[in-house]
Design a protein around this ligand. Sequence first.
Ligand SMILES: Cc1ncc(COP(=O)(O)O)c(C=O)c1O
Length: 410
Amino acid sequence: MSSSPRATVYLDNAASQAMLPVALEAMIHALTLAGNASSLHGSGRRTRRLLEESRETIAAALGARPSEVLFTSGGTEADNLAVKGIFLARHRADPRRRRIVLSAVEHHAILDSAEWLAAAYDAELVILPVDAQGFVDPDDLRRDLAEHAEHTALVSVMWANNEVGTIEPIAELAAIGSEFGVPVHSDAVQAVGHVPVDFAASQLSAMSLAAHKFGGPQGIGVLLIGRDVECVPLAHGGGHERDLRSGTQNVAGAVAMAAALRYSVDHLTEAAASTSALADRLTDVLLAYPDTVRNGPADPALRLPGIVHVTFEHCEGDSLLMLLDAQGVECSTGSACTAGVAQASHVLLAMGLSMEAARGSLRFSLGPATSLDDIAVVADVFGPILDRARAAGLVGSGRLPIAVQEGSHA
Ligand SMILES: Cc1ncc(COP(=O)(O)O)c(C=O)c1O
């Protein structure tokens, strides 16, 4: 292992991807223009035109109608609006509807929104389990709704999991929801731009996306929501975005998001092929070490192309992460950490991993800028790092051998 500084090997694209040049260029141009999209003068109208063209581009790229595109500040806000807004609308229309059906592996933007509704509105949370590869079983949803559809406000199951990359059977789940008249939302933040996504064909009622996961800027996202889906706004004010999300729109962000999405969708097949070839190479490198297991679906068609999630037994993922970072290799663990005590990822625990295995896991997420040279760097540094982390071992108390920051999977 060399001690000379290396160029950074960025393998945390699922947390945030660098902006694509087309998006950056579009954004810089839009940032130079004055105007509020709600103003009536020429500059306002020009800004409005850019916003509406972006809305049309996003809708066309995702099989949606422009009027179904609501701009938000990102994935978290889109998820909050979907879960809280749809729940509140349906609960108010019929107070007996207080059930929210979720998968066990949702992002905290969904889980915590639902938990907030449980505390504030007495919502009942129904958690769909997942199997060892992270899949929800549509039969579980069918059985649940067959009995309880009348009292269910909404279903929310993510399109693809942010930790292990499992692609959920969304079309089947959405069809079951529509059969029982229950709206189904999907957090597609990790899927959009990486695997084919068609909102109309999916039969979903609502779907969240975030630009920074596919080469657009941070701080902008979209909630796609059908025109007939009842939803109450969480932000009140000027009545922007169908009166569901007040606030002056981030036009430069929308323009850049549209450019990134158009580019990602147009290049999706080639990008997925080259990313998954690199992911396979990285997997071979990592699984060559003893006591290592790849997590997530075995079938590459059922997982995101760029995610490699591996358990390294007998050590802390956080130790590996910090040692890799010191060598310029950036990846992520699923653990959240409070006051130096590692918490295992709820996703891995739901998939049946032990606490120790969950804590000894890392997510490497590849993106368009990932190269074979990056994988070679990992191959070069990983052996000694794994030895060091295993020598430190799993710390029984949960106290980490290496200081880590608070945080969890993006
Ligand atoms: C599945 C999933 N949902 C929601 C989010 C939140 O998105 P944002 O970072 O845009 O708020 C993320 C990313 O962190 C994610 O991976």
